[in-house]
Design a protein around this ligand. Sequence first.
Ligand code: KIV
Length: 279
Amino acid sequence: MNNTETDTNNLALSPITVPKLLAKKGKEKIAALTAYDYTFARLLDATGIDFILVGDSLSSVIQGHPSTIPVTLDEMIYHCKCVSRGVEQALVVGDLPFMTYQISPEQALQSAGRLIKEGGVSAVKLEGGILMEKTIERIVNIDIPVMGHVGLTPQSYHRMGGHRIQGKKSGNIVGSKERVLEDAKAVERAGAFAIVLEGIPSKLAKEITDTISIPTIGIGAGLDCDGQILVTHDMLGLNSDKVPSFVTEYLNLNKDISKSINSYMKDTKKEEKLKIKAA
Ligand code: KIV
C-alpha cells in the first residue's frame, strides 16, 4: 500500500473530533475554512481540512447584507444542515447569530441545542469574552462544545463603527489589548475548546496563544496562532472587490467564472456546435 492510500484510509476512518482538535495545540497547525452549502462542504472535506465553520459571514457572503447582524437562527440551521450533509471527516462548527445568545444563558442554550440537533453540527461558536463567560459555561455544562471568538467581533459592527482592528490601544476600555487578553482568558476559563482571534495585532495574538491552553485560530491576527481560518469565498477570489487586506487570494475565481460564462454565451449566441452537446 502506498502513502496516498494509507492517508486516504486514515482520513476515511478518523473524523476530526473536539478532543482531537484540542490535542493539536503545540503539535500541528490547524487549518479551517468556511462553507455554507453542500457542494463547498464536500470539496473542503475531501482535502482533509481540520474544521469547517458555517459562519454567520453567510449574512454578507450569501445573503448580501453589509454585516453579519441580519442572519437568523432558522437561516443558520438551514445552512448548517446543507454543510453537515456534505461532510464525513472535518469537524463542523456552526455560528450562533446575533441576538440568539446574548439575552441569557438559557436563550443561548436553546439556540445552541437547535444548531446541534437540527443543523447537525458538532460544536457552536459565539462572540464575546468576559461578558459571555457564564453563557459559554452554561452551554459547555450540557456537553455542547463551544468555540469562542474575541477581538474584532463582527456582530459588534455598530459599536466598532464597521469592521475595525481591535487590541491596538492600551487601558481598561472595550477593545483594548488588555481587554482582549482578558476576554480570551475568560473564554478558556468557561470551558471553550478553541477560540477565534480576529483582527488583532500579531503580537497580541502571540501573547494570547502562549498564555491560554486551548487552540487559537487566527483571522487577520498574524502567523503565531495555533491555526488559521479564512472565508472560503475570499481566499478563492470570488469576492475580489470586498476582500479584507489580510486575505491571500489563492485563486481568482471571479475572473475564471466570468471568462467561462462569456465563452458559454458566445457559443450559444453563435450556435457554436462544438461545445453545445445534445442530450
Ligand atoms: O462568520 C465567520 O465566517 C467567522 C470567521 C471569519 C471566523 O466568524
